[in-house]
Design a protein around this ligand. Structure first.
Ligand SMILES: [Cu+2]
Length: 161
């Protein structure tokens, strides 16, 4: 019985060390694709398209909302979002420049794609193309918004369960 226990412990130790071997590297490079590499959280995930609440930017210059065109949002499907930007007093921001960053902070990887705003839809709406999530878990999307010589940023955090 003791021998069996020792063997079981060794197996467990081996499994734990194997787990460490497949943990994501810590270099935090943006846009690093991890498709099929991570041993963690490879399960699917989904989220309602309207699950993200409107949020004020860091310095309160803008109010930003984001809605996925894919509903529910599921993993491994490239799709678009519509971003809506208003001023603090609720007027649409009609000529913003928007840059995108994001990924999974807990795994130190970015999006598997390079999402970007491709079209100004008018009325404060902007088309964000190339959104794609390659695993379930907590993701962040940071938008840096410039308009009328002022820049502010906002970070949305959401979970694909
Ligand atoms: Cu991840």
């Amino acid at each position: 019985m003791k021998r069996f226990l020792a063997a079981a412990l060794m197996t467990l130790a081996f499994l734990l060390s194997a787990c460490n071997m497949v943990a994501p590297t810590q270099n935090g490079e943006e846009g690093m694709a991890m498709d099929g590499e991570s041993g963690m959280d490879m399960s699917g995930g989904s989220m309602a398209a309207d699950a993200i609440e409107a949020q004020a930017t860091e310095n309160g210059l803008f109010i930003v909302s984001a809605v996925s065109q894919l509903d529910p949002v599921v993993i491994n499907e490239t799709h678009s979002w519509v971003i809506h930007i208003e001023t603090a007093d609720e007027n649409p921001v009609i000529s913003a420049d928007i840059s995108i960053e994001g990924g999974m902070p807990a795994h130190n990887h970015g999006f598997p794609t390079a999402p970007r705003v491709t079209e100004n839809l008018g009325d404060g709406d902007y088309l964000l193309e190339g959104m794609r999530f390659n695993m379930g878990g907590v993701w962040v999307l940071t938008l840096e918004i410039s308009s009328g010589g002022q820049t502010d940023s906002v970070t949305f955090e959401f979970e694909l369960k």
